[in-house]
Every structure is written in C-alpha cells, then in structure tokens.
Design a protein around this ligand. Sequence first.
Ligand code: BGC
Length: 728
Amino acid sequence: MRLPLLRLLLLALPVILGAAASSAAGRQDDAAIEQRIRALLARMTLPEKVAQLHLAGRADPPPPQLELIRQGRIGVMMNIPTAREIELYRAAAAQSRLRIPLMFGLDAVNVFRLALPAPIAWAASWSAEVAEDAAFRVGSEAAAVGINWTFAPAVDLSRDPRWGRVIEGAGEDPYLASVMAGARVRGYRRGGLATAVKHFVGYGFVESGKDYGGATMSTGDLFDLHLRPFKAALEAGSETVMAAFNTVNGMPASADRYLLTDVLRKRWGFNGFVTSDYGAINELIRHGIAADSAEAGRKALHAGLDLDMESYSYINHLEADVKAGRVPAAELDTAVLRILRTKARLGLFETIDTPVAARPVDESAMRATARRTARESFVLLKNDDDVLPLTPAYKRIALIGAWAQTDDDGSWFEPAELTKAETPTLYAAFKSRLSPGQTLTFAPGFTEKCGHVLADPEGAVAVARDADVVVLVVAEDCDISGEGTSRTNLNLSGAQQELLQRISRAGKPIVLLVNTGRPLTLTESAPLAKAVLIVWQGGTEGRNAIAEVAFGAYPPSGKLPMTFPRSVGQIPIYYNHLPTGRPPANDRYTSRYMDEEVTPLYPFGWGLSYTTFAYTDLVVETPRPHLDDVVRITVTLTNTGTRAGTEVAQLYTRQPVASRSRPVRELRRFVKVTLAPGESRKLAFELPVQELGFHDDQANYLVEPGRYQVFVGGNALADLATDFVAVP
Ligand code: BGC
C-alpha cells in the first residue's frame, strides 16, 4: 500500500453508487469453467495472454488505459475507487476482441469510506463473528462501486511489535490467526469481493522487525506457524494469494518455487492465482537473484507467480521470452488459465455487459458493525480499585489529551478528507454519557493529537487536581503505524510519558486510554495509572465505543492477540516458546536476563472485564482417546463478581514428552461467554487429537501418542490443568 497514492485515489470516492459486477451468487460450476477457459485460451494471441498477467494501476502513464483495454492489453486493474471510472474501463473491456472482463482490486482492508477498527483490533475481539461481520461491511461498501477483489486479509504471524504491520494481522498465534483468517475471508466474500490472502509467507518474521527484511525459520515453524492461517484462508475460499516481499530462508518469496508451487499448488491443490506485491518482481533484482526485469519475470513466473503488480516485467518482456523459447509456452498458459479461472468463478464473464447500477450502502448498519467491532476489541490491562467504569459516583471527570478533541478516524489508512464518514470526538462522546450532576473538564496537554510537544502542562495538571478521576488519552505516534513503520523504541511517544508523570503527582486516579496499532512497552506508564485500556485504532465509531465501555454500558471483553513486552530487549517474546534445559531461576546460569525479567508485562490472551471469573471442574471426558478420536473437555466458568461480564475462555495444550521439543503452551480453542453476576456455565470443547501434531524437518505431519496436558483459563498463564493420554 502506498498511502499518498491511496489518499489521492479515494478523493473522488462516491458513496452510494453500486455495481452489479461480481457476487457470490455468480460463482460458477468447476467443469463448465474449465471447458470455457480452455476454449478461450485456444483463441488468445500471445499478447492477449500476456496482458492477462498484467495488473495495471489507475495512474499509469500513457498510452491511455482505455485504448489498451480495448486492444486486450490489460487484464486486471487496481485502485480505481469510483463506480464511474470502473464503468468506463468495464465498457472498454466489453469492446475488446475476446471480451475478457477486467477484475478490479483495491486494499479494502478495514476502510473503504467508513473506517472500522484496525485488523489487530478484530483479532483482539477473539470473535470470528465480529471479524466476519467487519469484513462483510468493508467488502459490501467496496463492492457497491464495482470493486471485486480486495488485497486482504493479511494473516502474517508476528512476534515482533517493532514491525509496524502487526496492525494488519492477528498477532502471534497460529490458531487465533487461522480463525481470524477464515472469518475475514468469509466476510469479504459475502460482501461481494474475492480475497488475496497475504503476504505469502513469513513477512511478519522479518529480521529485527525491519520491514522488507528477510525471514528465517525452520521447516517445522513454516508449517506449524506461518502457513496455517494461509491454509485456513484457502479453506474458507480465498480465490487468490499475494506473495510477500521478503526472503524466506534466503529465497525471495516472489520467486520461491517450493512455496508457490510445491506447497501451494501441489500439496494444497490451490488452483486460483498468485499476485505479486507492489513492484515485487523488479525487487528480485535488488534481492540479487536477477540481473534485470526480464530475468526477474522469468524467475517469478517459473516459481508460480501469475500476476505482476506494477513491475511491468511480464507486459514488457514475456512475449519476447516466449517467442525466443526462454519461457515455455505452457508456463505462460498455466498462469493465464489461473487468472481466467478466477474471473470465471467470480461470474465476471456473465456480467460484462451489465452496467454499473446504483446500490445503496446501509450506513447505519456499517456504523453499528464499526461500533461493535471497536467495543469488543478493547483490552482492559489493569483496573485497580475498580476505578472503571466511570459511575455517577465520580462527580468531576477530567479528560486530558489533544487526541480527545480530534475527529480523524484513527486508522493508518484514511479515506480522503472530503468524503470520510463523520467521526465524533471523544470529548463529545464522553459528554453525551454524563449523568446528571457529573461534569467533564478538558485540557489538551499537547499541541497535537500524537503528543509530541507539551501544551500548557500545568494547566492540564490543574484540571486533574480539580477532578475525582482523570482520563488521559495517549496515542502511539499516529503517523507511524502500518507499512514501512518499524520502530526500535516502543515507549509512549513524544512527551506523553512526561505529561503522565506530571499528572500523576496530582494524586488523582488515572485511567489511561492507549491508541495503538501494536504492543507498546508500558512498563513505565502502566504503574502510574489505576486503569489501562487498550483501544487500538478504533475507526469512525471508535470514540463512541470508548465512551460506552468507559461509562459501563458494555464491559470490556477483548484479549491481547500479542504479548506486551516489558522492554524492546525482550523481543521476540511470545507465549508458545519452547522449554529450555535451564528454566529461569535465581542462578546466573539459567535462561534469563541480568537486567530484566523474563516474563512479559502482559501475556498473550490477557484482558480483564469489570467483574471477575473463576474456572473450576476441568474434566477430560475421554481420558484415553485414540489418535483419530475427538477429545471432549469441559470446564465450569463462573462470574464471581457483582457485574455482568464477558470472558474469553482459552484452552491450551502441551505435549510434555515428544520426539522433539514442543512449545510450553499452544492455544487450541476459545469461546467468548457473557455471564450475569453469580452465573455459572459449563463450557465444552471438542478437540480432535489429529489437530495436536506438528511437522518435522521434512514437512511430514506427525501426531504422536502419549500424554497431553490441558490448561484452561482467561489467558496464556492459565493454571487450571489436567491431562489425557492419546493411545495408538
Ligand atoms: C503492500 C500490500 C498492498 C499493496 C497494494 C504493498 O505495498 O505490501 O499489502 O496490498 O501494496 O496497495
């Protein structure tokens, strides 16, 4: 994604128009499709074939796109955000010799016009339903103008919050990421878009969190961690895959035949197409595996990369390479068939003459989804003395932080200023929730929303001193989250820590609201606050949702999808690590640091509600399952507090003795449950033993008999435990 370009593209965005192009209803039967696309291929000239592999942008240089399309020289287009333009291009394709329809792609991730929270927030909801509905709404809004393909979902696992793109994925765990991947694919598709699950593969593991770097991993980790969410996305129907920029074990993913052909096509049977990332084919030159663009294209195509996004390698060189015999004609044909197959599956051939039709977008439903997604994503890290919610007992509430008076939608991906959906300020959202007799005072504290420079800090302290409770809003430097935003320092940015310190001296309870797209190191800041609520980047309805949760209309129920470290030096830090032969102890020669704890500040899965929960009666109903059996595990969850609350019950396993070292915990199941005060519920989890295996160095999947420990609780430290023994 290129942000300035994207903003430009979205400038002219009309909202209420729609196109009748693709929909799930138009998906075609396989045998008929194969017949049709092979017959079509037989009629295509070499230039027409090559054109299908070219993904052209909107602002590309002359000769004019329309004429090229009429000549059958462009197959797929990206970043065309208006129904009017899409209709022009579609009409041109209908005039081409073979009338092959175009396909229109765009990064409709969590924002088209109305901004939903960032995808990491979807994951923090730990709700497939929330994620699917969010994707459905974004998909519907984009499909309404005739877009038929989204460059989403990003499913890159990451253990490194220095990498800015953790905001786009689902965090560190392969199971949670797989659930989210499937849900997102289902949602976008239901909304009317084909999906491109990305970035295949290992992008979240770039060395030292530096974007576009290289990733190194064992075969076991490749299959057990990174590939799992991709497989889930394909099983949910993702029509396409986007190859990653990075190298994997020394080979650029865009030219890796093992990954793109042996794994994706041969092992998994995928027969949709693979697109490159932006300009990635030409980047093979800088990666040092091709001397020029033509060679880069040959290597990419041979590896199994079908569509060239913005490198102009295929369109400029493939024809000559095929004629000269440097590229086998069959290799070209295979890629062309994959593009045509996808277009046919989307029903695009049938609708080539159907003009773009007006289709309204239901803005109130969009807003309801946006609000719910935000509300369910917030993670309450601490709440000493039950300082939250803000009950009527607090007569004077102070709201501090310039962000509280802003109305940008807080996303790293913003629609153009002129067309964005109206976003209330946090101040207004708070004001609307005050009880009679409650007052709200405000001080910006900073000159701008990201808190770089203090503005009248003594004024802010005075406002705090006069209040019963202080709500301080801090933001990760808002301009540095997303692609190309790697950081080495994850503390509160700018002057935010300093203002927090000054305010804390006023001696009033502080609620810290943290806007962020990634885990931060809150080691210095969290102790100064009674409550810390992670609100991610909440989108258009985020502020309303914060007010709802802060004032207690809804309890917080999000859980961390990624570990929060104490310091950057602990990274990578993650819950599903291997055991060590020397567990940390008060002894120099054990696995620990001299200057820092080994535990995280907040573990994976962590998140409080306004009540407390107890887990009891953990029972494995099938204590000696066979390897093909499904284990049934039950536990009783009780709301032991005085308020209604929502909990995400999490089930982890461990294989304590295996043929190789296995992680100390692995998330296997979770369920989100709302309980009234005092209410108990028996929860049941079904776990096929076949899911508990792992891959060896030769990529064989092994499920071993023996003992498996089971842990159930509200986060990755869950200590209620039992076990079972799998028998051959
Ligand atoms: C990003 C992709 C994105 C593409 C198109 C690239 O820079 O890595 O995730 O889909 O741009 O905007």
